[in-house]
Design a protein around this ligand. Structure first.
Ligand code: HEC
Length: 141
């Protein structure tokens, strides 16, 4: 390998590593915000429709199958983001997540689907709607 291509290769590697895109070894990459990501302002009413839509999953589930009436949310949901969510930590190695990353986490884990495009109105809408659910969430004690 020439000097130049060696430099190029190591620059590329450093770049990939810094984006968290060394995907093969990083199960959390698919739910990690891309570099330079600017969250869109979402439409919570559209988010509520999507939340109840089983077409988002590949297994017949909708978000509401588990989360209707604040179901399946643990005490962590009451905390400001980013915070630790046990499922994302245990299954995807993500120490802390943002809310949009956790929407993606439930897309890829319980919904058995692909993550939504980061620049989609669907992701923004689900994030806005779940943010509204968080406001009225009281952890069980
Ligand atoms: C099969 C059940 C199931 C489905 C379907 C599901 N989730 Fe979840 N979700 C969970 C569980 C379980 C947790 C809690 C994980 C934990 O605390 O370790 C969770 C956690 C979350 C959290 C993070 C709560 C926190 O503590 O910060 C959000 C936000 C969320 N889900 C949104 C969604 C959205 C949006 C959808 C649909 C795209 C969805 N979920 C679909 C089971 C589900």
């Amino acid at each position: 390998m020439s000097m130049l291509s060696k430099t190029l290769a190591s620059t590329l590697l450093a770049l990939l590593a810094s984006t968290g895109a060394m995907a093969a070894g990083d199960p959390g990459a698919s739910i990690t915000r891309p570099v330079g990501y600017k969250p869109l302002v979402g439409d919570a009413a559209l988010g509520e429709k999507l939340f109840n839509d089983p077409k988002l999953s590949t297994n017949g589930m909708s978000c509401a199958s588990c989360h209707a009436n604040h179901g399946a949310f643990q005490a962590s949901f009451a905390k400001p983001y980013p915070h630790t969510v046990a499922m994302a930590k245990d299954q995807l190695g993500r120490k802390t997540v943002y809310l949009d990353e956790m929407v993606q986490g439930c897309m890829v884990m319980p919904m058995a689907a692909k993550p939504l495009p980061w620049d989609s109105k669907e992701l923004a809408a689900l994030t806005a709607y779940t943010a509204s659910l968080q406001k009225t969430f009281k952890p069980a004690r």
